[in-house]
Write a protein that binds this ligand. Structure first.
Ligand code: FES
Length: 67
């Protein structure tokens, strides 16, 4: 599913950016090598970052090492 229509950034792209250290929408754009256009995806990107970070923090350390 696309989270940013303007730049065709998908959920999996956002997740990869988060794993690489992205913690805010501008980080995601930078990690994807894109620039924001309309900005209407910012709330969705923030929500995805929060959800993914919460999920990652809830994982046992042994599972994180398997990635
Ligand atoms: S939907 Fe992401 S910049 Fe427009």
């Amino acid at each position: 599913m696309y989270l940013c229509i303007c730049q065709a950034i998908r959920e999996r792209d956002v997740d990869a950016a988060i794993r690489a250290g992205a913690r805010k929408p501008s980080d995601v754009f930078r990690a994807c090598g894109k620039n924001p256009q309309c900005g209407s995806c910012a709330c969705d990107l923030r929500q995805r970052i929060a959800q993914t970070m919460a999920h990652e923090e809830a994982r046992p350390p042994s599972l994180m090492a398997a990635d």
